[in-house]
Design a protein around this ligand. Structure first.
Ligand SMILES: NC(=O)c1ccc[n+]([C@@H]2O[C@H](COP(=O)([O-])OP(=O)(O)OC[C@H]3O[C@@H](n4cnc5c(N)ncnc54)[C@H](O)[C@@H]3O)[C@@H](O)[C@H]2O)c1
Length: 372
């Protein structure tokens, strides 16, 4: 089977080919052969998969690989991004006879993608990793750009997220929107928050497209999801190609995230990362207004409306004082001269990074999402 759409990522460290198509999960081996990955007849493939991915989807992928498979199931969840799990996966690869002619196929969401990507990029000093993302977030975000990582446990028992990792472009990403049918609605919304963030970075037309297709998106209509993933992958691919190592332009992808991290750290289990990003996008839009951007009221109203149309929140689940939330944003690396530097959407398609945001403007942004 040929992919319906393809997107090429041309980054300094290498190229990545992203292939999209309904049903493409059954043809991973043929797509690998077409890409020249693990092409030797003796090649073995490690299938590193999230144990939460439905069994029929695993069988579809495994049966289509067309080479001896070393099946490695990983219990999902952020805890899987640990050195301990990384070591266990690599040991299973070794025991299973994966050598330098082999490859890893990562089947799952961003957690398994990050873990398997790191395992592949360091195993025997690097073998190819084919990403087969099964969550919307992994399709539109985590599988594009080549970043892999595990978390580190600090001496004081806290977790340092994504502290060890690599940037290596996956030669092939196979995206099958049909995989999204079994995703929990909350996981789907998590990916949608990133899609709406991309739309604000792109332009008004992409925001309008999501709003116009909100019903089909909520129903996980495969053709609509294919179009959604395609549009988002193209946007992220273009940003990554211009700034693979996150020194400049890629920072725009952090839109809403400094607000979101403060929400997550202040109210823990009360909302998911995606829900926190949604709230962060509204706050960032209000921040643009507080900084005097013309037309920002219109953008904020658009962002609220699009988020609402797919069931994402636009206010804090638990009200907190604005000053407390501002303090939770203020890690040293985001402050210069005592002032926060943030990503600000001056308009859809005009997102600027490193903008100085005085405390009063940041507090006004927090009040827009229900802070006291
Ligand atoms: N590398 C990057 O550039 C990058 C970018 C963004 C996020 N990330 C990372 O991605 C991770 C989050 O990824 P995520 O949101 O995909 O979460 P996840 O990988 O934890 O998956 C979410 C849940 O969905 C389940 N699942 C996966 N596919 C399914 C399917 N098709 N049907 C039913 N259930 C399914 C999983 O078992 C899991 O419980 C974080 O660790 C984050 O740091 C990485």
């Amino acid at each position: 089977m040929q992919p319906t759409r393809t997107v090429e990522v041309d980054a300094p460290s290498g190229r990545s080919r992203i292939e999209l198509g309904c049903g493409l999960r059954r043809h991973v081996g043929a797509r690998m052969a077409a890409a020249g990955v693990a092409a030797s007849p003796a090649a073995r493939v490690a299938l590193v998969r999230d144990a939460g991915v439905p069994a029929s989807m695993v069988a579809d992928v495994r049966d289509g690989i067309g080479a001896p498979v070393v099946d490695i199931a990983v219990a999902g969840g952020e805890e899987a991004k640990s050195l301990e799990t990384l070591g266990a996966v690599a040991a299973r690869m070794l025991d299973g006879g994966i050598d330098r002619g082999g490859a890893v196929v990562a089947l799952g969401g961003g957690v398994v993608g990050d873990l398997a990507g790191f395992a592949a990029s360091s195993y025997m000093r690097g073998i190819p990793c084919i990403q087969v993302p099964t969550t919307l977030l992994a399709m539109v975000d985590a599988s594009v750009g080549g970043k892999s990582a595990v978390n580190l446990l600090r001496g004081d028992g806290t977790i340092a997220k994504n502290m060890l990792g690599t940037i290596v472009q996956p030669p092939l990403v196979v995206c099958d929107p049909e995989c999204l049918a079994t995703l929990a609605p909350r996981e789907l919304r998590s990916g949608l928050a990133e899609c709406i963030k991309h739309a604000v970075i792109a332009d008004e037309a992409m925001l309008g497209w999501i709003e116009a297709h909100a019903d089909a998106i909520r129903a996980v209509d495969p053709a609509t999801m294919l179009e959604l993933v395609d549009r988002n992958v193209r946007l992220k691919a273009a940003v990554v190609a211009g700034d693979e190592r996150d020194d400049g332009r890629r920072a725009a992808l952090n839109l809403g995230h400094t607000f979101a991290h403060a929400v997550e750290s202040s109210m823990h289990a009360a909302c998911t990362h995606g829900e926190a990003v949604a709230i962060g996008l509204v706050a960032a839009s209000r921040l643009a207004g507080a900084l005097g951007a013309a037309g920002s009221a219109g953008l904020e109203a658009r962002v609220r409306s699009v988020l609402g149309s797919v069931g994402l929140p636009v206010v804090l689940p638990v009200p907190r004082p604005a000053a407390d939330l501002r303090a939770a944003m203020g890690s040293d690396k985001k402050r210069r001269g005592g002032v926060l530097r943030l990503v600000v959407p001056f308009a859809a398609g005009d997102v600027r990074t490193g903008i100085a945001a005085p405390d009063e403007a940041v507090d006004a942004a927090w009040r827009a999402v229900g802070a006291g």
